[in-house]
Write a protein that binds this ligand. Structure first.
Ligand code: GLN
Length: 248
């Protein structure tokens, strides 16, 4: 269950400050989205930028490069501490990878913050040519969400406390089909395999930083089958699951 976070308490009283990790990737789009929501966006490039934040966005891009830049900038430890202390965070695509407990198909020296109890396979939906868009039903949102998937990670495992807020059908080469989560929440964290900011949809940012969600995974998963017809097609596993990505 995600509680009403400090940001909600602060709304209307003080300026809400949302940091956006701005080392690599599509941080500008996230900053624009934060501004659209009436919040103050703070590009985070060094530890001092983390002071006084109400939330943090980890953007899409290239997780291997972000690992290197997070180390070089000295941000790895302070961000780990903030996330462990419960700073609300939204991770999209590479940002999801950075939050995850386990990363499959990463570089040997790849690390992650390890605060979100999921395992992800990098580029699990395939390489650039297999990028796609889909209309998703997201728990708690009335209208479907247009989701842009670019060399997106596949969530292969979720822990007991992780809530699955949206899934898509995923077909293995042998024809077996499963539902894979593409929006998840745990405690103060929300993450998506896709890029909500590229479709100009601010609702995951609102979900992450401005409201609560509170349904159990079992409850959500039980409703997914009924809704399957509302998804656009199904998606096949990429042919290069272990390939290193090169750009956002
Ligand atoms: N669009 C993205 O963020 C792609 C993520 C990229 N495949 C990675 O592993 O980091």
């Amino acid at each position: 269950m995600i509680s009403i976070w400090r940001i909600a308490a602060g709304r209307g009283q003080t300026t809400v400050r949302i940091g956006v990790l701005a080392l690599q990737g599509d941080f500008s789009e996230h900053l624009a989205m934060v501004a659209e929501l009436g919040w103050h966006g703070v590009p985070v490039k060094e530890a001092a930028d983390l002071v006084g934040l109400d939330g943090l966005v980890l953007p899409g891009g290239e997780s291997t490069t972000q690992c290197l830049l997070l180390e070089a900038s000295g941000l790895r430890c302070p961000i780990t501490e903030e996330l462990r202390d419960g700073l609300p965070a939204l991770g999209t695509c590479a940002g999801l990878i950075m939050l995850s407990r386990t990363v499959i198909g990463g570089r040997e020296d790849q690390w992650s913050f390890g605060v979100l109890d999921v395992a992800v396979r990098r580029n699990g939906f395939g390489r650039q040519v297999r990028s796609f868009e889909a209309n998703l039903v997201v728990e708690g949102l009335v209208d479907v969400m247009r989701a842009v998937f670019i060399r997106a990670p596949v969530i292969t495992e979720v822990g007991d406390k992780v809530e699955v807020l949206a899934s898509v059908p995923y077909r293995f080469p042998d024809g077996t089909q499963v539902q894979v989560p593409v929006v998840v929440a745990e405690g103060s964290l929300v993450a998506s395999s896709f890029h909500p900011e590229l479709a100009g949809d601010p609702r995951l940012h609102e979900l992450a930083f401005g409201r609560s969600v509170g349904r159990s995974i079992a409850d959500i998963v039980s409703t997914l089958d009924e809704r399957e017809e509302r998804y656009v097609g199904s998606f096949q596993m990429g042919d290069d699951q272990t390939q290193e990505g090169r750009s956002g």
